[in-house]
Write a protein that binds this ligand. Structure first.
Ligand code: UDX
Ligand code: UDX
Length: 463
């Protein structure tokens, strides 16, 4: 059996590597027109950083896992074609800023129609608006000679940084197909691949539309929890409640559950914002403006939380950061990834630069050119600097702000760092990972998310 995947990104690469590792008898080709990316996948320096990914790629690469720029050859020989190309938010035209830009999905469908000779199963892996399968089916049938296509929806639920674990033991695999004999047969073929390592009861099959919509809704619900706890973090800072204690207390209720209740400087990543805006746009399209506004508010609160964090830094540094050095520890949208898409660090750095601060960023995995591009675009600003270590970033800084929860930030020598900072020295912990009591003992003024900066005992302390 031969399968292929169009799109060698954060989703396509790891997913195909796992299938190849688990099914040595299936030839898996990942095809992408971006020659640099493909060369990186074929090298020792993979374009995606994920714990455990390199080991899996090394095991299967050249045996039954191949990375190639030859899309046509990959399409021609594969029975099952996964489509995992990007679906960014539209930048212009109808739905700009909210709707998904489906041009890459469409061009993948047109390519498949033009090249395919025999029957094919097309699997949507990219997250797309509901009813995209219909468009793909129409394009395929209108443009192909052979005409035997089945389109399935198989959304990916892996989270970056834990992609390998998530692929190895997912909570569920979701496969949607047409409710026809051909559709059911195609669903079963895909089920049989996942069933090699995933218990059958975790593989859910639904109709196409339920599958497409479930992906958007899962991400919207997850993001909503973070925005909800982030609103409470502001209330905690004002009242003396502690957001970790509140999160722990409510999370013990089995109806609420403990996960995704960590207050933060704001969620990032390629999916949450894009998918919620996409969901909101769909609601609008189907004549449901109230529902649309409801979900959009999850994104608005997230923007507010990022700006609130930067604002707190300015306020606590005596209402001015002009000419002050501020160390930013962590730039990726979460730990254990080099992905910076929609990371809260972008807004925080931009706000601080706008206030005239000298912003010095350190991240263990993100490259300097990506940091510059994300914060400045093509503009030049000498006030943005990138350091090679946390200590280097912090030397001479008035404040340290932790924006990503990298483990190494928990154990850097803060006492030494304190010596090299002007006083009072500030720490803003946007992830609540640092030992706050110890830092206070050293002399730092510590500002966690969702916790008062000092102990508020009496009502008069609050006011
Ligand atoms: C993508 C989608 O953006 C997301 O909606 C979905 O949930 C999973 O797939 P990701 O893998 O993180 O996410 O995107 P990215 O890392 O940008 O990879 C997309 C790849 O597709 C790139 O390597 C790009 O070169 C490739 N691509 C793009 C094609 O192969 N063909 C195209 O026409 C356009
Ligand atoms: C998410 C979904 O989890 C995954 O199922 C989907 O397929 C793609 O989108 P991902 O974006 O990789 O995955 O990361 P995730 O772990 O969900 O984190 C998203 C953002 O939320 C990060 O910035 C993270 O730091 C933040 N977050 C997460 C919080 O601020 N608090 C939390 O409690 C959890």
């Amino acid at each position: 059996m031969k399968i292929c995947c169009l799109g060698a990104g954060y989703v396509g690469g790891p997913t195909m590597a796992m299938i190849a590792a688990k099914c040595p008898d299936i030839k898996v080709t990942v095809a992408d027109p971006n020659a640099t990316r493909i060369a990186e996948w074929n090298s020792e320096e993979l374009p995606v950083y994920e714990p455990g990914l390199y080991e899996i790629v090394r095991e299967a690469r050249g045996r039954n896992l191949f990375f190639s720029t030859d899309l046509d050859a990959a399409i021609r020989e594969a029975e099952i074609i996964f489509v995992s190309v990007g679906t960014p938010t539209k930048k212009q035209g109808i739905g700009a800023g909210r709707a998904a830009d489906l041009r890459y999905v469409e061009s993948a469908a047109r390519r498949i129609a033009a090249v395919a000779e025999g029957p094919k199963i097309i699997v949507e892996k990219s997250t797309i608006p509901v009813k995209t399968a219909e468009a793909i089916i129409t394009i395929l049938h209108a443009n192909s000679k052979s005409g035997q296509f089945q389109v399935l929806s198989n959304p990916e639920f892996l989270a970056e940084g834990t992609a390998i674990e998530d692929l190895l033991a997912p909570d569920r695999v979701l496969i949607g197909g047409e409710e026809t004999d051909g559709g059911k047969e195609a669903v079963e073929r895909l089920v049989s691949i996942y069933a090699r390592w995933i218990p059958r009861e975790r593989i859910l099959t639904t109709n196409l539309w339920s599958s497409e919509l479930s992906k958007l809704v899962a991400n919207a619900f997850l993001a909503q929890r973070i925005s909800s706890i982030n609103t409470i973090s502001a209330l905690c800072e004002a009242t003396g409640a502690d957001v970790d204690e509140v999160g722990n207390a409510i999370g013990k209720d089995s109806r609420i559950g403990p996960k995704f209740l960590k207050a933060s400087v704001g969620f990032g990543g390629s999916c949450f914002q894009k998918d919620i805006l996409n969901l909101a746009y769909l609601c609008q399209h189907f004549g449901l403006p109230e529902v649309s506004a409801y979900w959009e508010s999850v994104v608005k609160i997230n923007d507010w939380q990022k700006r609130r964090f930067a604002g707190r830094i300015v306020q606590e540094l005596f209402n001015t950061v002009t000419g002050k050095r501020i160390a930013i520890l962590g730039f990726a949208f979460k730990k254990d990834t080099n992905d910076t898409r929609e990371t809260a660090a972008i807004a925080v750095c931009q706000d601080l630069l706008a206030e005239g601060a000298e912003v010095v960023v350190y991240d263990p995995k993100v490259r300097e050119i990506d940091i510059r591009q994300d914060v400045l675009g093509n503009a030049v600003n000498d006030n943005l600097k990138v350091a090679g270590s946390a200590a280097e970033a912090a030397a001479g800084a008035h404040a340290i702000a932790v924006l990503t929860e990298w483990d190494e930030f928990k154990s850097i020598p803060y006492a030494e760092i304190y010596e090299n900072m002007p006083k009072p020295a500030f720490i803003f912990d946007g992830r609540n990972i640092l030992p706050h009591a110890e830092l206070r003992k050293i002399g730092f003024r510590v500002y966690p998310i969702g916790k008062a900066s000092r102990i508020l005992r009496r009502r008069s302390d609050v006011e």
